[in-house]
Design a protein around this ligand. Structure first.
Ligand SMILES: [Zn+2]
Length: 283
């Protein structure tokens, strides 16, 4: 009996120990489970941190790219400096070729300059003469500031430039008043969206060339126009070879010092002038 009791005690103790062990191991696994959760959370947090870091890296990467670009630009500038062509140059306008091209004297050399980002009608196209005249009224005989974008020249070897007379941005002015269209030729696109908005404005206001569609319908016939003074029958600009009725819209663009009056068609013709295609004076 005593032996039996002893065995029973041992078994009970053994069972208790086992139960204890099981309980311990369970609690341990539970703790480790908790740990795992914590670890997972930490990992997630870390992942978030990594993402934040990555974003920060990306964010810092961009300025790096810009820096690189800046470096490139600086290099370009250095190249320009080497070839002695600074980003902004002062030049004297020798000749106005058409609405978007001039000939300048730059540092004692003669260059053709093609305005960037715009396109004017050619001399043989409708409004070509008027566009030339508009350009001429802005820059003829003037000292201009030339600003480069990316390209130095076009395929014809003409300097590609933005042109300023004092504070007047010539390229923009010509688009705004309908004497040129916005024309985007990458990579020289610095002001392209500005030119596009100016062109829209010009179209809406029927400025310059955009006057074409309504010209035949709305332009009053010359006979109905106010009769000009007999001695001042027709008017032209010294900078062009076109004569107008005095109330023609293009006359307003002629500078007072360039105005030349003709008493008759013969008078105008004798001076080598021809009739305006818009106000259509006789001739
Ligand atoms: Zn006219």
């Amino acid at each position: 009996m005593k032996l039996f009791k002893k065995i029973f005690r041992v078994i009970v103790t053994f069972l208790l120990v086992i139960i204890l062990l099981v309980v311990i191991s369970l609690s341990a696994s539970f703790t480790s489970c908790l740990d795992e959760i914590t670890i997972t959370e930490e990992t997630e947090l870390r992942t978030e941190e990594e993402v934040t870091e990555a974003t920060t890296e990306e964010a810092t990467e961009e300025p790096t790219t810009i820096e690189e670009e800046t470096t490139e630009e600086t290099e370009e500038t250095t190249e320009e400096e080497i070839s002695e062509v600074p980003k902004k140059e002062t030049a004297y306008v020798k000749r106005v070729i058409d609405g978007d091209t001039i000939e300048v004297d730059l540092n004692g050399k003669v260059y053709k300059v093609r305005y960037i980002g715009i396109n004017s009608p050619e001399y043989n196209q409708p409004f070509g003469d008027e566009a030339t005249q508009a350009n001429s009224s802005l820059v003829s005989g003037k000292t201009v500031i030339l600003e480069k974008d990316v390209s130095e020249t076009d395929k014809y070897g003409r300097l590609l430039r933005y042109v300023y007379v004092g504070n007047l941005f010539v390229n923009a002015h010509l688009v705004k008043f309908g004497w040129a269209q916005a024309a985007t030729y990458p990579p020289d696109v610095k002001y392209s969206s500005y030119f596009v908005s100016l062109e829209r404005e010009a179209r809406e206001n029927n400025e310059g060339c955009w006057f074409i569609p309504e010209e035949t319908e709305e332009e009053p016939p010359p006979a109905e126009e106010e009769p000009p003074a007999p001695t001042k029958m027709f008017v032209g600009s010294k900078k062009s070879d076109v004569y107008h009725y005095s109330n023609c819209r293009y006359v307003k663009m002629i500078k007072p010092e360039n105005i030349i009056w003709f008493s008759s068609v013969e008078d105008a013709r004798n001076h080598g002038y021809r009739p305006c295609k818009v106000c259509k004076p006789p001739g």
